[in-house]
Design a protein around this ligand. Structure first.
Ligand code: B4P
Length: 197
């Protein structure tokens, strides 16, 4: 299990999809799972977090399903606060092979999110609130992972999507025993959606 962290728009979803295709893993995006429920739009549109108990239940179901089907997983955007992180390390620390933080300057993120144009990307206040929520939480989450000796890698998320994917592939090959790229197709092809099933 690999955890992808990063500010909104840093490419967690983009890279999570690409990596799951390359390694034959499951990409579990909590943001996508939340949008698929059709609920919580008022919360996500203003950049706040959906209640922990809902998110933990959603992700538990998805993690269990992927495990039963024999897939390793890439967690995109989960855990996002200390309650979720404590739950994860208390219940499955031994499965977490590493955490990767995608680093992109905010000036570039504003541009990326404006281009993406999802409903929660339209207001600068909402974007800034998501940045603030991330920054408040990441410093509390990382020590919980460090206590369990989970490797934490900081990766430059600037560059073409393919360049960033290549950096991530090298890190995953190093920190996940036996991880072997099954495909060099960084962004092509249809990528199976692994959520909301
Ligand atoms: P998410 O769906 O996780 O979305 P995100 O953080 O905004 O974006 P991401 O980092 O995945 O960026 P992407 O690849 O799409 O969260 C949405 C909301 O759900 C949260 O605000 C919150 O309310 C809620 N939520 C999520 N997780 C939660 C949790 N655990 N608990 C409670 N609530 C939770 O990339 C963005 C854009 O950049 C795309 O258009 C992409 O094409 C582009 N891009 C990507 N890589 C690029 C590159 N290298 N160069 C140029 N552009 C690039």
């Amino acid at each position: 299990m690999i955890i992808l962290f990063g500010l909104a728009g840093s490419g967690k979803g983009t890279q999570g999809k690409a990596l799951s295709e390359i390694f034959g893993w499951r990409w579990l995006s909590v943001g996508e799972a939340i949008r698929q429920t059709g609920k919580f739009k008022e919360i996500t549109d203003c950049g706040e977090l959906v209640p922990d108990e809902k998110v933990i239940e959603l992700m538990n179901n998805q993690i269990k399903k992927a495990e039963l089907e024999g897939f390793n997983v890439i967690l995109d955007g989960y855990p996002r606060d200390v309650v979720q992180a404590e739950y994860l390390v208390n219940n499955m620390a031994e499965k977490i092979e590493g955490a990767i933080i995608l680093e992109v300057p905010k000036e570039e993120l504003y541009e990326r999110l404006a281009l993406r144009g999802r409903d929660d990307d339209l207001e600068k206040d909402s974007i800034n609130r998501r940045f603030e929520v991330f920054e408040q939480n990441i410093d509390l989450i990382l020590p919980l992972l460090e206590e369990k000796n989970i490797p934490i890698e900081h990766v430059n998320g600037v560059g073409s999507v393919e360049e960033v994917t290549s950096r991530l592939v090298e890190i995953i090959k190093r920190i996940v025993p036996g991880a072997t790229p099954q495909s060099n197709d960084v962004n092509g092809g249809e990528i199976e959606k692994s959520y909301g099933e």
